[in-house]
Design a protein around this ligand. Sequence first.
Ligand code: MG
Length: 257
Amino acid sequence: MVIIKTREEIEILREGGKNLATVLYKVKEMVKPGVSTKDLDLYAEKLIRDLGDVPAFLNYRPEGAKIPFPASLCVSVNEEVVHGIPNKKRILQEGDIVSIDLGLKHKGLFTDMALTVPVGAVSAGAQKLMEVTEKALEIGISAAQAGGTVGDIGHAVESFVRAQKSDYGIVEVLSGHGVGRAIHEDPYIPNFGKAGKGEKLVAGMVVAIEPMLNNGTKNVTLDEDGYTFRTADGKKSAHFEHTILITEDGAEILTKS
Ligand code: MG
């Protein structure tokens, strides 16, 4: 069931989104060669707790998962698409690209955000992949407005990606989602679709839009850890995400510092 947030909830989500963006941009500054993915996670957790908030992913147990997620930050390097588990032995190297995905609970309400960040100098192809994915998010957000549908968002993202000179795989088995009272709510927001189809967008809905683009096949595999998705062909993947509020005049990005 789609939840329309109250005025009070929206105010809290604005505050939480601002905190989340502030934290994630600080974690981004820490991304460099020699840093472990666990270092990023511990820093994210500390920053969240310093603000008096709660990491939303730590110990979160999605339906069907054998173990709860053991960290605050999802850190997915190169061919890892999303939900990578931080590890002190996983050291970032020059040329890697790393998706950092973070959820935060502020005064009981959730926001969700992700960025993909280069580690030092990266290849032109990796740079372009990140740029196209970030732009795809922006385009998806522009298509999100009251009176439209979930399909409008997916259609906008897909059309933009298909118009690129390179062939990018749009991950289909993972999607954006409603967010707020829980970290994952209805509706699903796929990164492909038909304009005018799917759930209606109504003012007061809060959703996370999160395109995941691969530099090759759209197909992904899931590791034995039950969390880490990676590209089936081992090519790099990028991921950007914002939590937005649907309003009568378009979308308001809540995850901004
Ligand atoms: Mg999300």
